[in-house]
Design a protein around this ligand. Structure first.
Ligand SMILES: [Zn+2]
Length: 364
């Protein structure tokens, strides 16, 4: 009798837990987004891929390259101390062995300056600047009178795409990649009143036009476009504000952009369930946390619930989770391996990443 009761309870527990269990394999994307390492951190980073990422079942690595590569198509756009072709081949090899897909990122449109420094693109081609009348300050402060966060290139400049697409093509070839991440987050300067090409135009149309242009370029070689989602969310109505959503009238672009792109929907303070919004618009979506483990865990469970409780059409659009890291790769590795005291507490990128993937892997 005791045995029968035990069996009954065991079977009940097994089946009831199973109902709430999530298969790791059910999340098509289990990702990490991080800046590409500088050459002096390459060996450490390779070890991180081969040992840690593989063991954690990470299967997507968005690597932010920008100008940190020894470009041959336009050598003037190389940053100081760029990764070489040989370095990249090592990274590609390590990721292949670990079963990880690399998706290179170059920030297009926005993020063409940082504080007091121009990006290589605007340094070499100042004519592409959407706001040439705004000078970068000696000492950057936010907020400022110019509303300057980062500079943008002018999406209607007739020569800009030939230049940026040369870099995109080169980086995609060397990384043997099938998808490209174009950034497109936090674009504050768009359709500037003083731009001879963009002034007076609809900012949602300008944004959507740029997405189409990049998407069409990639599609020629069957490559897919990934972007951040913030410009597609109305910051006023949602209360999400100007960073993780748009206060510059780009949100309507969600109904104008192609449907075959992937949205990386980042929310760092709360588990905003905006993935549903993107999926209902026909877009594939990945939820992205940052420093708060408890937010990441809620986002993960939401993601899984969305996949389980939706129609097959909707369910397939909830692609998974991607941890975002916004320090340099070297700093992150210091925190990850605790090789230096980075003074990070529970709310750190390294801890968030670890906690998120422990939870994903528990779901087997
Ligand atoms: Zn313009």
């Amino acid at each position: 009798m005791k045995t029968a009761l035990f069996l009954f309870i065991s079977i009940f527990l097994l089946t009831s837990t199973k109902a709430h269990q999530i298969q790791k394999s059910e999340l098509p994307v289990r990702g990490l987004c991080i800046a590409a390492p500088s050459p002096n951190n390459l060996d450490r980073f390779m070890k991180f891929i081969k040992d840690d990422l593989k063991q954690m079942n990470v299967n997507v690595l968005v690597l932010r390259i920008d100008y940190n590569y020894e470009y041959n198509s336009i050598p003037e756009l190389r940053s100081d101390n760029p990764l070489t072709k040989n370095d990249v081949e090592k990274l590609v090899g390590a990721c292949k062995t670990a079963g990880i897909e690399i998706i290179p990122q170059i920030n297009l449109l926005g993020h063409q300056s940082w504080h007091s420094t121009l990006s290589k693109l605007l340094e070499v081609y100042p004519q592409f600047d959407e706001t040439p009348h705004i000078n970068l300050p000696g000492e950057y402060k936010w907020p400022n009178e110019d509303g300057l966060y980062c500079k943008s290139y002018c999406p209607l400049h007739p020569d800009v795409h030939e230049v940026v697409f040369s870099l995109v093509d080169e980086i995609m070839d060397v990384f043997e990649a099938n998808a490209f991440h174009a950034g497109l987050d936090e674009v504050f300067y768009l359709g500037d009143d003083k731009c001879p090409r963009c002034s007076g135009r609809d900012k949602a149309e300008l944004f959507a036009g740029e997405v189409w242009k990049i998407r069409n370029h990639l599609a020629q070689k069957d490559r897919k476009l990934w972007i951040w989602g913030d410009r597609l969310i109305d910051g006023k109505t949602t209360g999400m504000g100007m960073w993780e959503a748009s206060m510059n009238n780009t949100a309507r672009a969600i109904d104008m952009i192609p449907k075959d792109i992937v949205i990386c929907d980042w929310h760092y303070e709360r588990p905003d369930p905006t993935a549903v919004y993107f999926a209902m618009k026909g877009l594939d979506v990945i939820t992205c946390p940052y420093r708060r483990p408890e937010v990441a865990i809620k986002q993960l469970h939401d993601m899984v619930n969305f996949r389980e409780n939706s129609t097959p059409e909707m369910s397939a659009r909830f692609l998974g989770m991607m941890q975002t890291v916004w320090t340099g790769a070297g700093n992150f590795l210091d925190a990850w391996y605790k090789t230096k005291d980075t003074s990070e507490g529970v709310e750190s990128q390294a801890n968030c990443f670890k906690t998120l993937f422990e939870e994903i892997n528990k779901m087997e």
